[in-house]
Design a protein around this ligand. Sequence first.
Ligand code: ASP
Length: 323
Amino acid sequence: MKDILIIHTGGTISMLEDKNTGAVKTSDKHPLTDFSALLQTYANVEEMIEFNLPSPQITPKYMLQLAKKIEQVISLYDGIVVTHGTDTLEETAYFLDLVLATDKPVILTGAMRSSNEIGSDAFYNLISSLRVAVDDKAKNNGVLVVMNDEIHIAENVTKTSTSNLAAFKSPQYGPIGIVTRESIIFHHSIHRKHAYSPVHLSKKVLLLKAFAGMDEQLLKAVYHTDLDGLVIEGLGQGNLPKQTVKYLQKIIDAQIPVVLVSRCYQGIVQPVYGYDGGGKQLKEMGVIFTNGLTGPKARIKLLIALGQSSDKFFLKRIFEEEV
Ligand code: ASP
């Protein structure tokens, strides 16, 4: 049997519902450790608690701590399963995907319903992740997210529902595999990308979402903060209201990289429109267009990239070419 390490970090999968108040809360003892004997029927499983946090409290520093832990222990195991809160699971998964260089399976999972709620998916998702982690085909796919019988790559997956068990989807491309009663089926393969080693995570990278009627106010405020990078979820194929352009130009003139994704959850950004605030103008101003990433993931990538270098050509290459 293979050797798998389960690293618990918190989230609903590690919580219990208080039957008196209905509140779902962190519990001192991880509820799923009661099932350790059953886990051992799938692999030689060891478990550890790295931290026990609801995922809205997970920051890039915790993500880096987790990455370092995995780097430190990966040679001792055939694969790693990380349990995590679902709210920011996709950001941690993508962070790990960007910085880990291993070809071994690293799987993130969580639960939409805590262990003692009716119809809980907590133990089911953990078992499914374990089954994927021991499958030879899981290797070389980067960091994977296993939820609700589907296998997603970290780059594409996003939480699409606040409470439905089928919350995790990869909108543009779909999952790369499924978990069935009998087997693990991979139906897509992915091309592995470069792993970054961030020197530090001290840069300040902000994320803004464009909206109809957006004026200069937010960009002006951002310009006056001490920031190192900005990600904007723009409109459609990559456009902004024209009132934003003045302060956007000031931000770019101050050598602060601005990365543009779309607030649409499918499709790509490209410099199509020539009107004020249109993609062509933004591109000419020096805005970096990137594709296949949500705003939060583009922010994680910019944070990691800036930890390595703020060179304009480096940033353009990794955001515009390595996608
Ligand atoms: N709010 C919870 C968290 O992200 C949700 C979950 O884990 O499903 O920690």
